[in-house]
Design a protein around this ligand. Structure first.
Ligand SMILES: C[S@@+](CC[C@H](N)C(=O)[O-])C[C@H]1O[C@@H](n2cnc3c(N)ncnc32)[C@H](O)[C@@H]1O
Length: 407
């Protein structure tokens, strides 16, 4: 990604501004604050949209009945992220071949103080897809060290896992200045939440670690970032107009660009089979999602399926497929109770796509910056240059050499 002209790196110790969680009161949309458990002392805000609950059953049905743009049936990748899936993914992060986690940990250890220095006191630090919190802890400890009052919000899909992981994070009173909260919901829910007036009026920093953005193709990732950047920019602008001072939001991204097919393949196809378990779990979760529509639903038997990983060099992505070992005749419950059930025949060895991990090269990253009007203020690269943690700021123009130095 292009780098903006360098700004002197100055470490400040500033504990003067206070945060205020700002989550319990809402003006337009009411979010309920679910009580923290005694054991963990964390508050989890339920920001799920009750009007539009996640409907994975529909996605399962249409994904199995139709071919995607790559000519495969598919299952929604969101099926990976139930409580068990999140626990299995935590195991994945300890797999030696899964270089993404260790590389990012090294980068954060080396540069977290510099990143923390650029986070204003009073900031809402919102992590999109927080997972097991192993890495963000490094940044939060750096913010704590600088004595900055910051509200950290871990956004993820499973409440029990938010409780567990946040409970471990705040355990032993590690943080005096950093306040840790959970947001239970999807990215879309998080976007509505961050735009609420009490949140939009504060400095905000988004965090996306672990190359989570890589589950999107480059154009999808650019569109996703643009939506978030536009939301942040609208808040910054209205705040700036109202007070004349303004805030300037930041985005911190961890992105993998490794194009070494063997290395990537090894990362997602570990000999111990942790990834395989993680991917197969999507089938059990599919049963659970379809269960809501038909009782005793057990059409997917994970014992009859295997997992196939493939490096697609042209597409710059690793793809995970679920593959039935024998012909799978699946009966899907209907959308409406009056409709007949839908029969889908997946042949033995047919690949059903469930996850993609795109590896963004320079061109992709430049495109993402340009299309979402982001400027790279700092980039921290792994020794081979393929993995990066990027601190981005919002610009008012699409020039990659923006001189907007609000950072
Ligand atoms: C690849 S994991 C990364 C976890 C963690 N950030 C890390 O670096 O290890 C992706 C995370 O994003 C979450 N996630 C995926 N899609 C999501 C969505 N639409 N809304 C909220 N969270 C989502 C998953 O539950 C998971 O925790």
């Amino acid at each position: 990604m292009p780098i903006e002209p360098s700004v002197p790196n100055r470490l400040t110790l500033d504990s003067s501004a206070s945060g205020g969680s700002g989550t319990e009161k809402t003006s337009q949309i009411q979010f309920s604050v679910e009580p923290s458990t005694e054991e963990h002392h964390v508050d989890i805000v339920d920001i799920r949209d009750s009007q539009q609950p996640l409907d994975l059953a529909s996605d399962i049905r249409s994904g199995l009945q139709n071919q995607n743009e790559h000519g495969h049936r598919s299952l929604p990748s969101l099926l990976l992220w139930n409580e068990r899936g999140l626990k299995l993914f935590e195991e994945v992060t300890y797999v030696p071949e899964y270089y993404l986690t260790n590389t990012e940990i090294e980068l954060l250890k080396a540069h977290s103080l510099e990143l923390a220095d650029r986070i204003e006191p009073g900031t809402i630090l919102l992590e999109l897809g927080s997972g097991n919190l192993r890495k963000v802890r490094i940044l939060l400890e750096a913010i704590e060290k600088l004595g900055k009052q910051v509200d950290y919000y871990a956004l993820d899909l499973d409440r029990a896992e938010l409780e567990r992981t946040l409970g471990q994070l705040v355990d032993a009173g590690r943080f005096q200045h950093v306040r840790c909260h959970g947001l239970h919901g999807t990215y879309d829910d998080g976007q509505r939440w961050i735009a609420l007036p009490e949140n939009a009026g504060r400095p905000r920093c988004l965090l996306s670690l672990g190359s989570t953005l890589g589950s999107y193709s480059p154009p999808e990732a650019a569109a996703f970032l643009k939506k978030w950047a536009d939301t942040l920019r609208a808040g910054d602008d209205s705040n700036s107009n109202a007070t004349g001072t303004g805030t300037s939001s930041r985005i911190i991204l961890g992105l993998d660009g490794c194009q070494d097919g063997e290395r990537v393949f090894a990362a997602y196809n570990d000999p111990a089979g942790i990834h395989k378990k993680f991917i197969l779990n999507a089938l059990d979760n599919a049963n659970a999602h379809l269960l809501g529509l038909g009782s005793g639903y057990q059409e997917f038997d994970a014992r009859d399926w295997t997992v196939r990983g493939e490096w697609d060099a042209q597409g710059k992505r690793h793809v995970q497929y679920l593959v039935p070992l024998v012909n799978a005749d699946i009966i899907l419950p209907p959308h409406e109770t009056d409709d007949p059930p839908v029969a889908v025949a997946v042949k033995a060895n047919e690949k059903v796509q469930v996850a993609s991990s795109y590896k963004f090269d320079e061109e992709d990253k430049a495109r993402m910056s340009k299309e979402s009007w982001l400027g790279v203020a700092r980039e921290y690269l792994s020794p081979d240059g393929s993995y990066g943690v990027f601190l981005e700021h919002l610009t008012n123009c699409t020039s990659k050499y923006s001189t907007d130095a609000r950072i």
